[in-house]
Design a protein around this ligand. Structure first.
Ligand code: ZN
Length: 693
């Protein structure tokens, strides 16, 4: 009987598996054999390339290759998404659909039940260990993006495809007849977008610990010329599993609490680091994990491989680079975020899984971190200077270029899509030095670095020249960007505005015991909010959500008439908001949910989306639900240019094509259907964009 059932089960499985995964050709179901495209297509994206700057520098003769491309074919602004941020816009590029159909409305999403913001784009499923030792389930990362990418459709239709470091392609997608190397948000080994390390003799105890922008700072204490310290690596997945189990126990005894504290203390895997300071020669030697790295002041090390032992069965492989910031009067050492080693990443960063290793065999180690220009964070924290940031960012672009040219050596592709984000990062960090009205404008630094953005555009131009020499002339050659760029002079705190206008109530706000001054300035994740008297709250880079009954954990706004009236009321009030410093209007428009979004994920969309005028962005604290004192404040950070949630009529990116197109007002959603049409792939249903060629 048992045997019969077993055989029956295996037969059922064999039949259903074959039906599900294999067609008669031996290919997975729905996948056609490899074929030639009716038209080959090459696309390169430069994140954040702005049409006004591109036009200006083309007119001045500084971007000859872009100019040639524009004269041969097309140069037009490319309409972005609302909001005009990378996660949202690149998702619409891939899927040809509005955010209501791919569910990426911002960098952050919030849990409506608890109001807690969380990182968008991926969900992590931790690994599992049997008896706290033997790995039985590998860690998994799942994309939260909906919709289907055009390269997936193309692959299924038989098109040979390459997709390299395009944002919102982590975890990597399987492409039939194709390869993919993941881009943003591929994390470092700690699972973050880039935790950097900084050790220094001149750090005070007060400065030690985690920096505002995600660094781990440690004070170096010298014994003679030697300092012993450590590098904090990935969390130990076994300890994490034990912690989850311990925390889930209710009620908790004192012994349980002691155990949790003990587990938390050893949650992260750490590597000992010994630094020998050669003060006389302004140099240092860094000993870590069997490597001895000798650097002079201003030197960057080559890639250093690091191994973190979870136990004898499990080891996490990472790569980093050290930079000796100072070694004269003080000793300051920087290490870049520990990226996943492409030869052996803890979770796949490519499809096929071994493509990342194969690439490393051919070109050597390369940056795997999605946010490749990782020195923006230490620059913003004041730990690295402009030159170090620019050098590191240019090396990030070197790596991306090496990968693109390596993959172009093999001509067997019909669709090639790649992206570089260095344009975006340099624009974010260096805008202040070409905007004399920016609060962080500095004439001394401007004399030295005021042309940094122009330089990265010129580098992009040079790359276009070299790519066009390599890509055959009969290929449709497109250059696009996901959005443009603006100055970010003033931060606008939407939650503070909501409090001041009576849409959000803080605990203790009434009764005169506390002034607003007392209430503002503290409280992350809305810990001071009285939800029973709050109608709206802001999370992320320009999203306002209503405290909706039936959706939010403690909702008070009724769907229907009350909801619509609240949309109209807040919208019209925000539109009149002016900057007390100069009288300028803050918003170009405020968008109501159903006017700009449609599709299956509409219930997750913000109820209002703000559209800033040039010069404004959401304030730093406000993005995470922190409540600042003033509605509008100067942006006092080096992160000084931005594009998040700018009004639609000023948010466009660029589109260059070596052919004429049918419209002067294309949208980023049009590229997916346009490319599918060129390739001769049947048009899927449900796209919002239209072919423009
Ligand atoms: Zn950006």
């Amino acid at each position: 009987m048992g045997e019969t059932i077993r055989r029956l089960a295996s037969l059922v499985c064999a039949v259903s598996c074959a039906a599900a995964f294999l067609s008669c050709s031996g290919l997975p179901a729905g996948v056609k054999p490899e074929r030639k495209a009716s038209q080959r297509v090459f696309v390169i994206g430069f994140d954040g390339m702005d049409p006004t700057l591109a036009q200006k520098w083309m007119d001045e003769g500084r971007l000859p290759n872009f100019k040639k491309l524009a004269e041969e074919g097309t140069f037009v602004p490319l309409g972005s998404t609302q909001p005009s941020e990378s996660p949202t816009a690149w998702s619409s590029f891939a899927t040809g659909a509005n955010p209501g159909k791919h569910d990426i409305f911002d960098f952050l999403r919030r849990d409506p039940k608890t109001y807690t913001p969380d990182f968008n784009m991926v969900k992590k499923i931790p690994p599992e260990f049997l008896w706290g030792f033997i790995p039985i389930k590998a860690p998994k990362v799942v994309s939260t993006r909906g919709g289907t990418s055009f390269w997936v459709y193309a692959g299924r239709d038989g098109i040979r495809t390459r997709v390299l470091t395009v944002p919102v392609t982590f975890p990597p997608e399987t492409i039939a007849h194709g390869v993919m190397l993941a881009g943003l948000p591929t994390p470092d080994v700690r699972g973050t977008l880039g935790t950097y390390y900084y050790w220094a003799t001149d750090l005070s105890r007060y400065e030690e610990g985690n920096s505002e922008f995600g660094g781990i700072l440690k004070r170096l204490v010298l014994d003679g010329d030697t300092a012993k310290t450590e590098l904090v690596g990935p969390p130990n997945p076994i300890v994490r599993q034990e912690l989850r189990e311990a925390r889930a126990k209710v009620p908790q005894t004192d012994a349980d609490k002691t155990r949790i504290a003990e587990l938390e203390a050893r949650e992260d895997l750490r590597l000992p680091v010994v630094i020998h300071w050669d003060r006389a020669n302004r140099a240092a030697t860094i000993d870590i994990a069997g490597n001895s790295i000798h650097l002079r002041e201003g030197d960057w090390s080559p890639w250093v491989s690091l191994e973190f032992d979870v136990n004898v069965l499990v080891r996490i492989h990472g790569i980093t680079q050290f930079y000796l910031v100072r070694a004269g009067d003080e000793l300051q050492v920087y290490a870049s975020p520990v990226g996943m080693d492409p030869r052996n990443p803890p979770v796949p960063i490519s499809k096929p899984d071994d493509f990342s290793a194969h690439l490393a065999q051919q070109i050597g180690l390369y940056r795997t971190l999605g946010w490749a220009e990782a020195a923006d964070k230490p620059l913003n924290d004041g730990r690295l200077e402009e030159q170090a940031f620019l050098d590191d960012s240019n090396r990030a672009m070197d790596d991306r270029e090496r990968i693109i040219f390596k993959e172009l050596e093999d001509p067997n592709w019909d669709l090639f899509v790649c992206a570089i984000e260095t344009t975006d990062r340099i624009s974010h960090m260096m805008w202040r030095l070409m905007d004399t009205k920016h609060p962080m404008y500095d004439p001394v630094l401007a004399a030295k670095y005021g042309d940094s953005i122009e330089r990265i555009y010129r580098r992009a131009d040079d790359l276009i020249g070299r790519l066009r020499a390599k890509v055959p002339k009969d290929v449709v050659f497109m250059v696009m960007s996901d959005h443009g760029f603006h100055s970010f002079r003033r931060g606008v705190n939407l939650n503070t505005w909501l409090v001041q206008n009576g849409y959000m109530t803080l605990k203790g706000q009434e009764g005169g015991q506390k002034t607003l001054e007392d209430l503002f300035g503290h409280g992350q994740f809305f810990e001071d909010v009285d939800w029973s008297r709050t109608k709206a709250y802001a999370v992320g880079l320009g999203q306002i959500y209503f405290n909706l009954r039936g959706r939010e954990g403690q909702g008070i706004v009724s769907p229907g008439a009350e909801y619509s009236a609240l949309q109209d009321e807040i919208r019209s009030k925000l539109l009149t908001l002016t900057d007390p410093e100069n009288g300028a209007r803050v918003f170009g428009d405020i968008y109501k949910r159903d006017d700009i979004y449609w599709g299956e994920y509409l219930p997750n969309a913000p109820d209002l989306e703000v559209g800033f005028n040039d010069g404004y962005r959401v304030g730093w604290q406000d993005t995470l639900g922190g409540i600042a004192k003033a509605v509008i404040q100067d942006n006092d950070r080096k992160w000084s240019g931005d594009h998040c949630a700018t009004a639609t009529d000023i948010s466009a990116g660029v589109l260059f094509v070596n052919r004429k197109i049918d419209t002067m007002t294309p949208s980023i959603m049009d590229l997916s259907p346009t490319i599918l049409k060129l390739l001769g792939v049947p048009m899927p249903a449900g796209l919002d964009g239209k072919p423009i060629m």
